[in-house]
Design a protein around this ligand. Structure first.
Ligand SMILES: [Zn+2]
Length: 367
């Protein structure tokens, strides 16, 4: 990827501190246990307090940092509201703790709120359904691998000692306008990475809090999950990028959940669209003969994949395949319990460019 983005800050603030990035908007980071090391969270000032945007992952490490950050950053004002951009555990892990501690309203979109409430029941659940197993087996995963995955817990998985996720919420919807202090903010939703991902846009401040909807360096995970085996998230992801291209001016500062704040949103949106189109062309080129999904992973990812990373890579691969099926470029047939994917578009020969693709990603990114 080559888009020229500008990063006004060389490094994130230290853990436990927050840095002002616009009038009444502060940036902080919280630790993550995976390769990304941290997530960016934001604070927005309003008249009678500060709004927390995203909460960090579950566990003591992040929880212990929250009082330190708030003491340093809020200039004596209280927390006034909590917003989560989407349901993923690095964004919602401390939502219950902050909600119970500060007793302030919790804001989320409808789709994200109800997905968050069922999180943790997906793959790890003891009531994983026959259809979940079927989803993986049809993709070419072995039963042994599936059994191994089912027994694993991760730091994402909610634990009994966690403070429960907020039991009530205030609904955010695409197009909502909210006033925080002196400024008006617009709610813009996207999907594909998660079902109804909230972004916050302040035209006056030229600030866009993007969550995981737009990231400058890594690409957000866009996966088909076994809970919805026929899902088509890539269509929504690409449509969301087109929508944001139409809405956002290029001179705003994007505040993402991962990597660093950046300028260059239009170039980045186009680059992300191009990236997924390139991945899909790679799959078409490699499905001239019928293929099962697991055998396509080496064309998309450079490293030999294992465990949950392999599951995530498979979900991403299938998301691209489902988009191609919708476009009538790939056909899927069930043969002896396996889904075979085959290219069917007659123009493939003229579109193929096997020597000119972006290098494969190393591994899928767990965000
Ligand atoms: Zn996410």
């Amino acid at each position: 990827m080559t888009a020229t983005l500008t990063y006004p800050y060389d490094a994130p603030p230290e853990f436990g501190t927050a840095m002002e990035v616009a009038p009444g908007v502060k940036w902080l980071k919280m630790p993550l246990p995976m390769s990304l090391k941290y997530i960016n969270l934001y604070l927005i000032e309003e008249d009678d307090g500060w709004i927390i945007v995203d909460t960090g992952i579950r566990g003591d490490e992040t929880r212990d940092l929250w009082p330190k950050v708030l003491e340093q950053a809020l200039n004596g004002k209280p927390v006034s509201r909590i917003i989560c951009t989407h349901m993923h555990p690095d964004h919602t892990g401390q939502a219950g703790y902050l909600y119970e501690t500060h007793k302030v309203p919790f804001y989320m979109s409808f789709g994200e709120y109800y997905m968050a409430k069922t999180m943790g029941m997906m793959m790890m659940s003891s009531n994983a359904s026959w259809q979940m197993s079927e989803y993986f087996l049809r993709a070419g995963v072995t039963q042994a691998f599936l059994d191994e995955m089912r027994d694993m817990r991760s730091s994402f998985t909610p634990a009994p000692e966690d403070i429960p996720f907020p039991g009530s919420y205030v609904r955010l919807q695409d197009g909502d306008e909210l006033t925080f202090g002196k400024y008006n903010w617009q709610i813009i939703t996207g999907n594909g990475h998660s079902p109804e991902h909230v972004c916050l846009y302040c035209p006056e401040l030229r600030i866009f809090i993007s969550g995981d909807q737009i990231l400058p360096v890594i690409t957000s995970n866009v996966s088909v999950h076994p809970t919805e085996p026929e899902a088509n998230p890539m269509i929504g992801w690409l449509e969301s990028h087109e929508k944001l291209k139409g809405l956002l001016p290029d001179d705003l500062l994007v505040l993402p959940a991962h990597n660093l704040p950046f300028y260059g949103v239009q170039a980045r949106l186009q680059e992300l669209i191009d990236h997924h189109e390139d991945r899909m062309l790679i799959l078409e080129e490699n499905c001239v003969e019928p293929q099962i999904a697991v055998d396509l992973l080496p064309h998309l990812f450079a490293r030999v994949l294992e465990g949950p990373t392999k599951m995530m890579a498979l979900g991403e691969c299938i998301a691209h395949l489902h988009c191609l099926m919708t476009r009538n470029r790939i056909a899927r047939t069930l043969v002896d319990g396996l889904y075979m994917y085959q290219s069917i578009d007659p123009t493939l020969a003229t579109r193929a460019k096997p020597d000119q693709h972006e290098a494969p990603d190393d591994v899928p990114v767990m965000v």
